[in-house]
Structure formats: structure tokens, C-alpha cells
Design a protein around this ligand. Structure first.
Ligand code: TYD
Ligand code: MG
Length: 452
């Protein structure tokens, strides 16, 4: 009889070792190794798979069929998925606890009224889910609830019902009879995901899986889970604010440039039709420390306010606090301001806030951050009809950013009269714009233009 082999796999990053390790050399987590048996079945499966030899096909002879998609009746979700749910595809949606994953999926399940949806929850009882449905006030006779943890039972039930969509909340609560380890372990997640994917592909039923995330924000479980599924979505936002962003991280059937924006209301999640309007604070007077950036989130342009407060520091090392913007980038911009424009901020506390609890990674917000800091530092307001879109380089140069036409269109729609850009964006700008562009070469140019 062949000897059964086993390997040790890190629960956090999937690193493999032939012996037990206390600390993972890859992700440096402690006590995360789990023994996983390599069963003879899987080796046999692999051998048969490699034995069936496939022939190369010239690309022009490959017949391409447009994927059949299901309309989720949620414009934002449809957009992020690339036009709806593809039959037989598996979507993984991750996000912090309490962000609204179950709300979004129950809403989707209830909206698909034309055909049956199987909503499996390993975390909540049907009564708890019912409470959420009552809160949302969406009635559906086609949504079936199943409180079950065993993946074999789930697939058997799904095969009997043949739903148009299967939702599993969450993959970490599932167990399979084939593995002995506890729910949420690397072996269980892999086996359960593998079985669900097999079912989705063979029965052409789309599946949406909920995945928990770890403290550092990545999806919990083996990284391989993200490789196995077709689409990975991230649901994010600040829990203290109502806004949520649904972002596509991986999509085999669409672009990863799309985002969906929702507002969490007392009746569930509502799609935000005009995000710029909501993200701008209503203010009649001009206030110092505030500026507006024409950012791009995915392929959509949003006008977002940056707010800064610069005040004398009473500590030996001044405080730097940033919400929604990378703190290291803030430190870099402060260093550039000090070195290249002689603005003394090293003895000042700097607080930065992106309005609405939104996290912005578009470099075009750099100039707006700098403008807010300058405005608060000198206590000079920036005209509320002006906005900004440019990156700031380490030498204090104002660098161009892409999609200027889209940014300008949104700024014009929102009633802005002036936009500050890099001088290198001059050539790409269309001539028939209503807004007045102001071109800047470096930070000193910016100071001369706004600190008047
Ligand atoms: P939930 O969907 O349970 O989050 P997750 O599945 O990501 O853990 O959402 C939890 C939060 O959403 C909870 O704090 C209450 C809030 N919520 C509303 O504000 N309005 C609603 O209509 C619903 C259903 C939830
Ligand atoms: Mg939940």
C-alpha cells in the first residue's frame, strides 16, 4: 500500500513546507501551519487529467460565444460585474464584518423575482435573514433560505431546486465530509470552493460566495481561493459613514476598472446615482483648509473634498493623521512643501480628511491635498468654485494625470468654474470647455495662484 503523504500549509498565505514550522517564512505569521494530507485520489485525478491530450487550435478557428448574463436588477452590481452575472461563474465578495455584504446579497436575491434563488447562510438563521428582509421591505416568493454548513448537502439541495442563483454566506463557515479539519481552515475552504465551482460549471448556475477578510484587509483563507473563482469583488467603506464602494479586483468576464457606489440606509443599500453631489458638503461660505479634487474612481469621475487642519504642535514629534489618504504619501507631500516651497510644516500637526469616508488612491488628489494644507496653514480660503486634478512629484513639479476630459465634464456638471491642472495637460485639453483651466508647472506656481 502506498504511504500517505502530507504537507504543512500556512493558513494565511498558502506557503507549503514538508515539516511543521512555528513561524511562516513568507508572511511571518505564527502558529498558522496546518497539516494537509495529499490523498491518493487527488494524485490519480491529476494523472488522468494530464493523460487526456488536447490539441492546439488556431485562434481564428475558435468559436466564441457571447456569455449569457443574468440581470441582477442592481445597476451598480451589474456594472461592476461587467454587465450582469455570467451563467456558471463564481463570484467571491469580501469585506469587513458589518460593511453590508449580507445586505447586498439578500437584496440581490430578493430582487431576482423572476426565478428562484437559493440563499444559503452558515452564519445566520432564517429568522435573522427574515428580519433583514422586513427591514428592506422587498417581497419575494422566489427566494429560498437554507441554514446549512455542509457543502455536500448544499449542492444536493441546489441540484434538486436548480436555482437561477446560489448565494453562500460565507465560504469560511462551510465544511466538507472529505476533510477532517475545522470550518474556515485552509483544507476546508479549498475543498468546499472546489466542489461549489464544479457544481457551478457543470450546472451553469452562477454562485456568489461571501469571504471574510483578515485584519490587514486581504481575503481570509488561501490565496488560491482568489485564483479559483472567476470574479473577486471588494466591498469597502467607512462604517461610520453611509457610503460603500463595490470594487472589482479580478474579473474574468469584465473590466476591473468599474466601481459601484451605494448608500446604507435604514431600508438597505441604495445605489448612488450622482456621487459627486453627495460627497460635496453643502456650504454657503468659503472656509479655509478645504479644496475639491476631480478624481477618477474606476472609470467614473467623482468630485471629492479634501479637508486639512494645520496647527502648531505641542509635541516633540508633530501628529500626522490621515483619513482616506495614504499617510506615507501625506508625509511625502509635506516634505516636498517644506523643501521645495519653503513652507514650514515640520513643527505643525497636520490632520487630513477625505470627505464621506471614501479612500482615494488616484494620484490626482495630491495637488488638492497640498492646496488644503496650504489653505489651512495660511488661513486663506480657496474659492469654492475651483477644483484640482494633478499629481505632485518629489521635485515639487505638477505632473499630468489621465482622463482630463472626464474630470472636466464632471466638474462642469457640478458647477465648477476653474480647474487647476499640470501644464503638460494643455495639449490634450479640448478647446470647447466651459471651465477655465489654470496650468501649473510646480508647487510655487500653485502657491502664487491660490494664496492671493
Ligand atoms: P451586514 O449585511 O450584516 O454586514 P456583513 O454581512 O458585511 O457583516 O450589515 C450590517 C450592518 O448594516 C448593520 O450594522 C446594520 C446595517 N444595516 C442598515 O443600516 N440598514 C439595513 O437596512 C440593513 C439590512 C442593515
Ligand atoms: Mg454577513
Amino acid at each position: 500500500m502506498a504511504k500517505e503523504k502530507s504537507v504543512y500549509i500556512c493558513n494565511h498565505c498558502g506557503y507549503q513546507s514538508s515539516s511543521y514550522l512555528g513561524k511562516c517564512p513568507e508572511c511571518e505569521s505564527w502558529g498558522s501551519f496546518e497539516q494537509v494530507a495529499i490523498s491518493n485520489n487527488s494524485t490519480q485525478k491529476k494523472t488522468t487529467k494530464t493523460n487526456s491530450k488536447s490539441q492546439p487550435i488556431p485562434i481564428h478557428q475558435v468559436i466564441y460565444k457571447q456569455e449569457n448574463r443574468i440581470d441582477t436588477f442592481d445597476k451598480e452590481l451589474n456594472r461592476v460585474l461587467g454587465g450582469g452575472l455570467v451563467l456558471g461563474s463564481v463570484v467571491l465578495i469580501g469585506g469587513e464584518p458589518g460593511i453590508g455584504k449580507s445586505t447586498l446579497l439578500l437584496q440581490t436575491a430578493l430582487s431576482l423575482n423572476s426565478s428562484s434563488v437559493l440563499y444559503v447562510s452558515g452564519e445566520e438563521s432564517p429568522e435573522q435573514i427574515k428580519l433583514r428582509q422586513v427591514r428592506m421591505n422587498i417581497n419575494s416568493e422566489k427566494c429560498l433560505l437554507l441554514s446549512e454548513n455542509n457543502v455536500e448537502n448544499i449542492i444536493e439541495t441546489a441540484q434538486n431546486i436548480n436555482p437561477s442563483l446560489l448565494i453562500v454566506d460565507s465560504i469560511q463557515t462551510l465544511t466538507s465530509l472529505e476533510a477532517e479539519s475545522f470550518a474556515g481552515s485552509i483544507t476546508q475552504i479549498r475543498i468546499c470552493a472546489d466542489k461549489l465551482i464544479d457544481y457551478a460549471k457543470s450546472c451553469r448556475v452562477p454562485i456568489i460566495l461571501v469571504g471574510h477578510i483578515t485584519k490587514d484587509g486581504s481575503l481570509a483563507g488561501p490565496k488560491i481561493l482568489e485564483h479559483m473563482v472567476d470574479t473577486v469583488l471588494q466591498f469597502e467603506g467607512d462604517k461610520n459613514y453611509g457610503y460603500r464602494i463595490l470594487r472589482s479586483i479580478k474579473n474574468r468576464f469584465g473590466s476591473t476598472n468599474e466601481i459601484g457606489i451605494y448608500e446604507m440606509t435604514s431600508f438597505g443599500l441604495k445605489a448612488v446615482e450622482n456621487p459627486s453631489q453627495i460627497l460635496m458638503t453643502q456650504r454657503d461660505e468659503n472656509l479655509s483648509g478645504i479644496s475639491t479634487c476631480a478624481t477618477m474612481e474606476g472609470r467614473r469621475s467623482l468630485l471629492i473634498e479634501t479637508q486639512a487642519l494645520v496647527s502648531p504642535s505641542y509635541y516633540s514629534s508633530p501628529q500626522r493623521v490621515s483619513n482616506g489618504f495614504d499617510i506615507r504619501r501625506l508625509n511625502m507631500l509635506l516634505a516636498v512643501l517644506e523643501k521645495k516651497a519653503g513652507v514650514k510644516v515640520s513643527n505643525k500637526d497636520v490632520f487630513l480628511n477625505i470627505a464621506g469616508g471614501i479612500k482615494v488612491s488616484d494620484p490626482a488628489i495630491d495637488i488638492s491635498v497640498v492646496a488644503s494644507i496650504l489653505s489651512s496653514h495660511q488661513d486663506v480660503y480657496i474659492d469654492k468654485h475651483s477644483c484640482f486634478a494633478a499629481e505632485v512629484g518629489l521635485s515639487g513639479e505638477i505632473r499630468p494625470v489621465p482622463y482630463i476630459d472626464r474630470r472636466i465634464k464632471e466638474a462642469e456638471n457640478m458647477g465648477f468654474k476653474k480647474i487647476y491642472l499640470s501644464k503638460y495637460n494643455k495639449d490634450v485639453l479640448e478647446t470647447n470647455v466651459r471651465i477655465k483651466p489654470v496650468y501649473l508647472a510646480n508647487i510655487s506656481d500653485l502657491i502664487n495662484n491660490i494664496m492671493v
